[in-house]
Design a protein around this ligand. Structure first.
Ligand code: HSE
Length: 440
């Protein structure tokens, strides 16, 4: 039986899961692939970590070079993470003519264009299904299953840590810190959780997805990023009262000559499917001109769900083994000559609905001054609510607007902030209706 030999570099949480599947599911994989996937070597500098797998004599090493220089190893699985050593590992593997499987979304978001070009020049594959959405096969879906579609938009929940925090504040009234602590204890937060909280992890993933969906170069710098650290429990409560949930949304829309790509907290109606995605789960809705809407849902992180996606990539490579061009698929699903550099629209130019909350002194005329400013900036009010008075003199005034231009909204908010009756910076949260996102 044909064999594909694998070297695993990095045996932390996901790496251990990959080893568990490769060692524990040999028969299943043989039955499905007609080939043997052999875990020939595993490299990690951490020799003390307790792992749920035991390796045969000679398999485990602390030296990644043993894998990179082994001519019998066909594929390197990079599970190191980060952008320094991991990039070096991938480049050395490519230069040695080995295929690569990685889950490293940050590295691909920053350097994917050049790494994919290097791999193509050497006739090897970089497979990266596990980099976005854990076990959800969103990359395969976009590159293969939706090949017949012009993708018009995507809306997703791509960060389990933020989704967990927002869900648990909503469900149990936990504080932000308590919910974050639980996410870290459960092992799905990044080593540096600011990457999660401030939206960068989701932005790395969206930059990759937008490139595949729209046939464009990966443009992480173009993605607008706003995290959840400024969301207050009060806004989650008001959202609930108005029939919305707050989610950290990843939104990409295709306007032909320009795209939108943005990560920010958003209110979405409680009756839309994405608002029911709770805890650490991820989901993404894709809108294509033939399929209309389709959605994937599943664990976006964690040992075994992410390892499942890594092994799926290994299976694809095994099935393609022996091809002179390495893979039947170009890295982004478009031939390199067809990939365009499409500019991402500045956030100031988007149009959406807004929720904003102003803390203002409860005096005659305040409401009319605020609404006057909105009118001057072409912003039409959908509803306004004056909430109960708090300890101080200030009351929360909550506005929901019709669709408006972000630049107008920001200018209006600056003027509102300058009113003498307004006590602190207004809170602004965009309102999105994912079911309308197929219409860019
Ligand atoms: N830290 C990420 C999350 C998992 O919370 O979704 C891996 O991307």
């Amino acid at each position: 039986m044909k064999r594909m030999q694998i070297g695993l570099i990095g045996c932390g949480t996901v790496g251990e899961g990959v080893a568990r599947i490769l060692l524990g599911q040999q028969k299943l994989l043989r039955d499905r692939l007609g080939m043997e996937l052999v875990l020939k070597k595993v490299a990690d500098t951490d020799t003390q970590r307790k792992r749920s797998v035991t390796f045969d004599e000679g398999v485990f090493t602390t030296d990644a070079s043993e894998i990179l220089s082994d001519p019998e190893i066909d594929v390197v699985v990079e599970m190191v993470g980060g952008v320094g050593f991991a990039k070096d590992v991938i480049q050395r593997a490519i230069q040695a003519g080995k295929h690569v499987v990685t889950a490293n979304k940050k590295l691909l978001a920053l350097d994917g264009n050049s790494l994919f070009a290097e791999a193509a020049a050497k006739g090897v594959t970089i497979a990266y299904e596990a980099s976005v959405g854990g076990c959800m096969p969103i990359i395969k879906t976009l590159r293969e299953n939706l090949v017949a579609n012009r993708i018009t938009a995507m809306t997703g929940i791509l960060n389990g840590t933020c989704n967990y925090i927002l869900s648990e504040i909503t469900r149990l009234g936990l504080s932000f810190e308590e919910a974050l602590g639980q996410a870290q204890a459960k092992g799905f937060a990044e080593a540096d959780p600011t990457l999660d909280i401030e939206g960068f992890d989701a932005a790395h993933k969206l930059a990759i997805l937008a490139a595949i969906a729209f046939g464009m170069e990966i443009d992480f710098e173009g993605v607008y990023v706003e995290g959840i650290s400024r969301i207050e429990a009060m806004d989650i409560l008001y959202a609930d009262q108005f029939g919305y949930r707050i989610k950290l949304l990843a939104i990409a829309k295709n306007h032909g000559d320009r795209v939108e790509a943005r990560i920010h907290p958003a209110m979405i109606p409680t009756d839309c499917l994405l608002s029911q995605v709770n805890g650490s789960l991820n989901a993404v809705s894709v809108y294509g001109d033939a399929v209309e809407e389709m959605m994937l849902y599943g664990h976006g992180a964690g040992m075994m769900p992410t390892a499942s996606a890594v092994v799926a990539d290994l299976a694809d490579i095994a099935r393609d083994m022996g091809r002179s061009d390495g893979s039947r698929l170009p890295a982004l699903g478009y031939l390199s000559g067809s990939i365009r550099r499409i500019p991402v629209m500045p956030i100031s130019e988007i149009r959406t609905h807004y929720y904003f909350r102003v803390a203002a002194a409860d005096r005659p005329g305040v409401l009319s001054r605020v609404s006057g400013i909105l009118g001057q900036h072409n912003i039409s009010i959908m509803s306004v609510h004056q909430k109960e008075r708090h300890v101080s003199d200030a009351v929360p005034l909550v506005f929901m607007t019709h669709r408006a231009r972000e630049a107008d909204m920001c200018r209006a908010l600056e003027e509102i902030r300058a009113l003498p009756e307004v006590c602190r910076d207004p809170v602004l949260i965009r309102i999105e209706d994912p079911s309308a996102n197929g219409r860019p």
